[in-house]
Write a protein of this length. Sequence first.
Length: 371
Amino acid sequence: MKFDTIKLSELAAIQTGPFGSQLHKEDYVVHGTPIVTVEHLGSRKFTEQNLPCVSDKDKERLKKYVLKTGDIVFSRVGSVDRCSYVSAEYEGWMFSGRCLRVRPCEKLNPEYLYYFFLLEKTKQFARNIATGATMPSINTKFMGEIPIRVPSLDAQNKIASILWMIDDKIELNKKINKNLEQQAQAIYSRMFIEHRQESWSTGQLSDLISVKYGKDHKKLADGNYPVYGSGGIMRYVEKPLYTGESVLIPRKGTLNNVMYVNEAFWSVDTMFYTEMLRPNIAKFVYHFVKSKDLASLNAGSAVPSMTTNILNAMQLYIPDEKTLEKFENIVSPMYSAMQENTKESKILANTRDALLPKLMPGELDVSDIDL
């Protein structure tokens, strides 16, 4: 399979987002066109939490910064190897001045280009050409210097399709899990809020759980146990901090990102984990805490913070053992399905990551594959 090596600037238009006098924070509105920032990059899809928005008037004024399907948004500062793909659902969104938009020409499959950016060799090239003593940054000129190996368009399409199908299945598993969790939350609301029994006693969250502090993971070697931070799994380490069902609650940062875990794991020092004091209580506690706006209980000033005192003092009605067991029996199959989907997604991600450095440089020939 023949590859040509070409500078990115010859195959794509690279644009820096609006900044300076063009767009200020005070221009943001509550409802309008979403603006993608560096914080929303890092996976195939954008992270959609806390998206700033601009008015239709500003969108028209800055229309050259509007995204279209097939664009790739890259971080311009900080982690300059982070990017996300603009799929049809993001058509018409915009990007901030801390980002770069890469728009490939017709000779380059946009999905192929996205996976090229995921290669460790490409990431390392971007990190090496970044400038700045305190904050690494990359501009359109430097980005354009990145060399890209380009096979025929047919080969690009096949390589992208193989990797894209794997990521599609991972995304589908995420959607299924989200739907299952929403169903479990609806069952929780019906059983414990709408049909609350007068006979249930009142108590505090400390009657059901013991809140524990996470620990620093930096000195641990890599391994098989997930390390959880407020954004999800950060890495895998050699040993667990805790084994079994637990509800993870952020101590710093994004306080509402509560998680349920039923495996051996490590929790970072900015993330509480919990031990259950009763049987059949973990999933009930998870849905109770998740239904609360923990961000409104913030105890910090500069950085949003949660304390053990706030958590322990949370008031709730404590159901009888029979009702808790009934809830456990209803939602447990849902959680088992979610766990299996998560395991499958991990295997798929490992498969994709193993294929990526072999497909992109042409070590695996796709010319005879009929998709």
